[in-house]
Design a protein around this ligand. Structure first.
Ligand SMILES: [Zn+2]
Length: 140
């Protein structure tokens, strides 16, 4: 059962990466299907296996060799470990589900905040958020 919880955590981490990539840009987290941001190739199922795909592809796109951010791996592994920790604390219970949900939201919010320098005051936006006019998570 513990293995299932960790694999579930890895899968949730993979979904969180989609949220982290797309939500700050105002994009849907459902469509389009996952694609390489560099070459736009739609990724196959074998490219989307949490952790395993990253390791087997040595952290780069199968189609254009563009590097995949290390954050993708960190979020997947981190979420898997968080789920393992919460499972060891709460076991099979509603508490586990609620804590896992809260932890997932927290991971996404923290990573988005870190990547976009939200909350560090004026003038600290990342080059991308400055270019796109996004500050404090609000498009202006
Ligand atoms: Zn690519």
């Amino acid at each position: 059962m513990t293995l299932i919880v960790v694999v579930f955590g890895l899968a949730v981490g993979s979904f969180l990466n989609v949220c982290i990539d797309r939500l700050p840009r105002g994009q849907s987290i459902v469509r389009p299907r996952s694609h390489c941001p560099a070459c736009n190739t739609t990724l196959a199922a074998r490219d989307l296996v949490p952790v395993l795909s990253y390791v087997l592809l040595r952290g780069s796109c199968r189609y254009c060799s563009a590097p995949i951010p290390k954050r993708v791996l960190l979020v997947e592994v981190g979420t898997g470990l968080l789920f393992l920790l919460l499972w060891s604390l709460y076991g099979p219970s509603l508490y586990f589900l609620l804590a896992a949900l809260a932890a997932s939201v927290l991971v996404a919010v923290l990573v988005i905040g870190f990547e976009h320098r939200v909350g560090l005051g004026r003038g600290h936006g990342s080059p991308e958020t400055k270019r796109k006019g996004i500050r404090d998570g609000v498009r202006r």
